[in-house]
Design a protein around this ligand. Structure first.
Ligand SMILES: C[S@@+](CC[C@H](N)C(=O)[O-])C[C@H]1O[C@@H](n2cnc3c(N)ncnc32)[C@H](O)[C@@H]1O
Length: 265
């Protein structure tokens, strides 16, 4: 249990540190969880609150590990696939399809379900592509790189795709599936902080930034959306989560008619 008493000023600093590092606004409910995590770490490191806060100030990784336990990394294959399906189709019939290697960026890829979802569909269509898949959290990127998932994560994957691009686990991997190398080789996983890192390029054909801005306030989301705009080439696609909206912010994107949460540069 959390037996350490935090002064209001210390909690405010903790909250500010999380906001500054990841752009995440912790509301009251989540604050209790954060307090208990911090208390546990303090007991382990035998630091007092002030020492621990000063350690956190220079240790982004430790802050991110807290965020991991507080935010959700929840994701699954073919989640909100309408926008991905549309992008894949457009790239598949792009006038430069025969000569171009398309570039996709999944900017909060979590455990990899999302970039692999895009990859299997692009591969099935015979499109030449590479995917940059990034996330702030080291632990989700490790899982993503392995590409091994419980069966229940792929429930929405069409059977033909499942048979073609996944290997069934046996023995201790019974109940798991592994993404095949021919898919993995198209994806590079990297740590990237949407708040503080520079865009990794300006010629992406599509950027997916889905179900992460729900944790940001409007001002932070607006800054992220405008930054991601710069990472797209002409006519590049921008997908957000179905529960997210660009409505209350200034941005230059045009929405794609009939496809919720999809925009074009
Ligand atoms: C709910 S998951 C979304 C995964 C996937 N995009 C989807 O829609 O299924 C949110 C992810 O955002 C990541 N995240 C949170 N803050 C971030 C930041 N500032 N920069 C990059 N990623 C961040 C979390 O680590 C988490 O993996």
């Amino acid at each position: 249990m959390n037996s350490i008493l935090f002064k209001p000023s210390e909690l405010t600093e903790l909250k500010a540190l999380v906001y500054k590092t990841c752009g995440i606004n912790l509301h009251e409910g989540k604050l209790e969880l954060l307090k208990s995590k911090v208390a546990k770490r303090m007991r382990l490191t035998q630091m007092n609150v002030q020492e621990y806060l000063s350690y956190l100030r220079s240790n982004e990784r430790e802050v991110i590990e807290f965020i991991d336990t507080i935010t959700t990394n929840h994701s699954f294959f073919y989640r909100e696939n309408k926008s991905i399906e549309y992008i894949v189709k457009q790239l598949g019939c792009h006038p430069k399809r025969e000569v171009k290697r398309f570039k996709v960026w999944c900017a909060a890829c979590s455990t990899g379900d999302e970039p692999y979802t895009a990859a299997v569909q692009l591969k099935a269509l015979g499109v030449t592509f590479s995917i940059l898949a990034t996330d702030i959290s080291h632990s989700v990127l490790e899982i993503a790189q392995k590409g091994i998932y419980k069966n229940d994560k792929v429930k929405q994957v069409p059977l033909s795709i499942l048979h073609r691009y996944f290997q069934k686990g046996t023995g201790k991997y019974k109940g798991y599936l592994k993404i095949k190398k021919e898919i993995q080789q198209h994806i590079t996983f990297k740590k990237y902080n949407l708040i503080s890192d520079r865009i990794p390029g300006s010629d992406f054909d599509a950027v997916l930034c889905r179900n992460v801005m729900i944790y940001f306030n409007n001002q932070t989301s607006e800054a992220v959306v405008n930054k991601l705009y710069q990472s797209l080439g002409t006519d590049g696609f921008f997908a957000i989560g179905n529960a997210e909206s660009l409505m209350n912010m200034k941005h230059p994107f045009k929405s794609v008619a009939g496809i919720p949460s999809l925009y074009i540069k």
